[in-house]
Design a protein around this ligand. Structure first.
Ligand SMILES: C[S@@+](CC[C@H](N)C(=O)[O-])C[C@H]1O[C@@H](n2cnc3c(N)ncnc32)[C@H](O)[C@@H]1O
Length: 219
């Protein structure tokens, strides 16, 4: 297991931290955490402010396929797949790869990319509806931190259970008190976030053997 940045070719998100901190109310957070229209396609105050396919995951999919040496016939699970953008792009990057997505959001799954439909299932990352050892790679980008710490441990154990190869996750972190303050102003849905040492303790507790990278919010 290693810290590994396979997302370096994603464009940087634009974030108005001050506006978010001002707009954020308990009611707004509660609506965002339903992961329905508001979170994906409502105003930026609630989440993405419009979650549309624009091809940004294409180079990431290519880098994931290359790094893990994925081949036709192998099985990949994208946990927290949303509208299936990465599912679609992984299949394009490696024809014959069998990619499945899982997400809790009925809204996202019912507005998924046509190429991903039929491959997406609804469920929670801490109770995966799959048999043991059936995926050659399990991916979970910006998803498990939507649970509390105990839920994160359960989710990582689930990644280990359904996988028979590596896993790759991205989770919310910060390296300094200043970065943490920016993160807390910005965050809407993450219930568990920590410094790298805190995450590493969680990885150890869960027996997680996968690779990871951090989402660190820049001021
Ligand atoms: C920040 S988005 C990340 C989407 C995608 N992985 C990406 O990186 O663009 C978080 C996603 O996790 C989903 N989600 C939230 N809680 C979840 C849970 N307990 N189990 C599975 N998916 C969940 C949301 O519906 C949403 O699609």
């Amino acid at each position: 297991m290693a810290e590994l940045d396979l997302l370096g070719r994603l464009p940087r998100s634009r974030r108005n931290i001050a506006a978010r901190a001002t707009a954020k109310t308990p009611e707004l957070v509660e609506r965002a955490m339903r992961f329905e229209f508001d979170y994906f396609d409502g105003s930026r105050d609630y989440g993405y402010g419009g979650y549309r396919y624009d091809g940004r995951w294409v180079p990431v999919a290519q880098d994931i396929v290359a790094h893990y040496g994925l081949r036709a016939g192998q099985r990949v699970l994208d946990v927290g797949c949303a509208k299936g953008f990465l599912v679609k792009d992984l299949m394009a990057a490696c024809p014959g790869l069998d990619v499945v997505g899982l997400d809790i959001s009925h809204y996202a799954l019912s507005h998924a990319e046509p190429e991903a439909r039929g491959r997406l299932v609804r469920g929670s990352c801490d109770l995966l509806p799959f048999a043991d050892s059936v995926f050659d790679l399990v991916i979970g980008l910006d998803v498990i931190h939507n649970l509390d710490r105990a839920g994160v441990v359960r989710a990582l154990k689930e990644f280990e259970r359904v996988g028979r190869g590596p896993s790759y996750i991205r989770v919310d972190s910060y390296h300094t008190p200043e970065q943490r303050a920016v993160f807390v102003d910005w965050v809407l849905t993450a219930r568990f976030h920590d410094y790298p040492q805190g995450w590493e303790a969680v990885f150890a507790e869960a027996g997680f053997r996968g690779d990871w990278t951090w989402t660190v919010i820049a001021a």
